[in-house]
Ligand binder design. Structure first.
Ligand code: KIV
Length: 271
């Protein structure tokens, strides 16, 4: 490919066709610079997660995240991406109240960010109705089952789901409901590997795991976690692929030393 040629953008069809053939790589991003970098690294999907509330804003949960915030971050990410498919999380209470709300808010996200899809959590009949309406309106939807962060209060905290008797069957039922409603892919969060494997085998759409073992059709991680920007956050499923917290402290510390020692700015960095 020549430098002037734009890479072909990844579509819903590409993601669906990867199931059983090639692992799908998904990563979160919240701003244009990181979006550009992860796109250049060759990921398939960039998720503008409502984890922005925890990761960027320091909120204890995702519940406070608003439509305006998701649109602001979604639009920034889309401006940085030329190849990957960009999915924007629908925030808490933007789709739970009614199908009309879900359609209006998903429509706003698509129009105001230029993203390619939205993601919603849950697998009951109400959520399936929302997914069906959005898909029929031309909006691709990614589902999200297992630990669903917007339900942290009913789930009793940040914990692995699917360990109790009957949980695997319930998750399979929900996954099929989400698939039949029209979702094109499905995040499985914090579920035992065996359960994720069974769910993955039970549906035709690709599953994308986080803390769900190696047998999903793809994997997603929160970018700042993967980069080790929060060195105190190390849940069992997470692998740090860099140690940027130490790098950032060291770089800023050296800047501070240079300023205090009168070494920066020197003649080379002055007009
Ligand atoms: O909000 C988010 O970042 C997510 C991923 C953890 C899947 O939903």
């Amino acid at each position: 490919m020549s430098a002037s040629e734009k890479p072909r953008a990844i579509t819903v069809r590409d993601i669906r066709q990867k199931k059983g053939r090639e692992p799908i790589v998904c990563i979160t991003a919240y701003d244009v610079l990181f979006a550009k970098l992860v796109d250049q690294a060759g990921v398939d999907l960039v998720l503008v997660g409502d984890s922005v509330g925890n990761v960027v804003a320091g909120q204890p949960t995702t519940l406070a995240v608003t439509m305006e915030q998701m649109i602001y971050h979604g639009a920034a990410v889309v401006r940085g991406v030329s190849r990957a498919m960009v999915v924007v999380d629908m925030p808490f209470m933007s789709y739970q109240v009614s199908t009309e709300d879900a359609l209006r808010n998903a429509g706003r996200i698509m129009k105001e960010t230029n993203a390619h899809a939205v993601k919603v959590e849950g697998g009951d009949a109400d959520i399936a109705a929302r997914i069906q309406a959005m898909t029929r309106a031309g909006i691709p939807v990614m589902g999200h089952l297992g630990f669903t962060p917007q339900s942290v209060n009913t789930l009793g905290g940040f914990r692995v789901q699917g360990r109790a008797p009957g949980d695997q069957e319930r998750l399979i039922e929900e996954a099929r409901r989400v698939e039949n409603a029209g979702a094109y892919s499905l995040v499985l969060e914090l579920v035992p590997s065996g359960v994720a494997q069974a769910v993955t085998a039970a549906v035709r759409i690709p599953t994308i795991g986080i803390g769900a073992g190696p047998d999903c059709d793809g994997q997603v991680l929160v970018l700042y976690d993967l980069l080790g920007l929060n060195d105190r956050f190390k849940p069992k499923f997470l692998q740090h692929y860099a140690a940027l917290a130490a790098d950032v402290r060291s770089a800023v510390g050296r800047f501070a030393d240079d300023v205090r020692g009168g070494r920066y700015p020197d003649a080379d960095h002055s007009f």
